[in-house]
Design a protein around this ligand. Structure first.
Ligand code: ADP
Ligand code: MG
Length: 289
């Protein structure tokens, strides 16, 4: 039986105190339940609170009200799930090799931290090499970050997010800065990693094709203060590939999501609703995201 790993119930998040007129209400009455091992994409207008949800789940923020439970525990409980994180622009330490950057979480997260010190470094290095090979970076472990392209760095960043075998992978627009071809290659890589290891994944993206390719479920958020407006199951068979993303059923899904987000952004104007299908939001929004 599937078990829920994440439960947000009636969550409100305000940046700034409630008596401050400048305070921003980012989330209001948000509910979201995610099953263990699922792959969920979170999409919605820029500024609607997607990153805020990831930060709440990752324990980087506490809710103003409501409950955020991960693995049956509240924020601040050290026995919460092990979490891997990857963002749009991977920050790597330039003086370390790619392998050492990938191993960084092992130096920080218990129980690995302890084992790392207990001279298990060789074993961990092998684990890092195996992950690098799995994402097509075999032989790059000894390079420095500046010797890799953006796409390669993002692959390495996925390895770093996975090295400590997290139960939960939180990805915030991880491929947003990459060109279309590299992005599509990385969809296949991420899908394979998910199929092999089955972590629970929550992916924030503004690319609706990406959401439809990767996720089992897509949650569409309203404009700020964000709530989940729509929750869609995506049941295309796996492994999915780019050819499939041009099939009619796939395009229909992307178009339906796009319409939903257009509605969520603003009171619908006929011009917005009638605009032709494009898989992503407008560039201005991408920049602001
Ligand atoms: P998204 O990821 O969907 O684009 P965010 O979750 O980053 O949106 O932000 C939601 C809203 O909260 C936005 O209006 C944003 O400007 C605001 N916000 C985000 N972080 C902060 C912060 N640290 N302080 C004040 N306001 C913030
Ligand atoms: Mg964001």
């Amino acid at each position: 039986m599937t078990r829920s790993l994440i439960e947000l119930s009636d969550v409100t998040l305000r940046y700034g105190s409630s008596d401050n007129p400048e305070a921003t209400l980012a989330l209001a009455r948000t509910d979201l339940v995610i099953d263990e091992g699922d792959f969920v994409a979170l999409v919605g207008p820029s500024g609607c609170g997607k990153s805020t949800i990831l930060k709440l789940i990752g324990g980087l923020l506490a809710p103003s009200s409501g409950g955020v439970i991960v693995n049956g525990r509240e924020v601040g409980d050290p026995r919460r799930a092990r979490i891997g994180l990857a963002f749009q622009n991977p920050t790597m330490l330039p003086w370390l090799t790619i392998r050492d950057n990938v191993m960084m979480p092992l130096k920080i997260v218990e129980p690995f931290r302890h084992e790392y010190r207990a001279k298990k470094k060789g074993e961990f290095a092998e684990r890092a090499e195996a992950l690098l090979a799995a994402v097509g970076l075999k032989g790059f472990g000894n390079k420095r970050p500046w010797q890799l392209s953006g796409g390669m760095l993002q692959r390495a960043s996925l390895c770093r997010a996975l090295i400590h075998e997290p139960q939960l992978l939180l990805l915030d627009e991880p491929f947003g800065a990459l060109d279309q071809f590299t992005r599509e290659e990385l969809w296949a890589t991420l899908q394979q990693l998910w199929m092999d290891k089955r972590p629970t994944v929550l992916l924030v993206t503004h690319d609706l094709r990406e959401a439809a390719y990767l996720a089992n479920r897509i949650c569409v958020m309203s404009a700020r203060p964000g709530r989940i407006l729509e929750d869609r199951v995506v049941d295309f068979p796996r492994p999915r590939n780019v050819e499939m993303s041009y099939a009619p059923a796939f395009s229909e899904l992307v178009q339906a999501l796009r319409m939903r987000i257009a509605e969520a952004r603003a009171p619908v104007s006929p011009a917005v609703a009638a605009a032709p299908a494009t898989p992503t939001l407008e560039p201005a929004e991408q920049e602001a995201a």
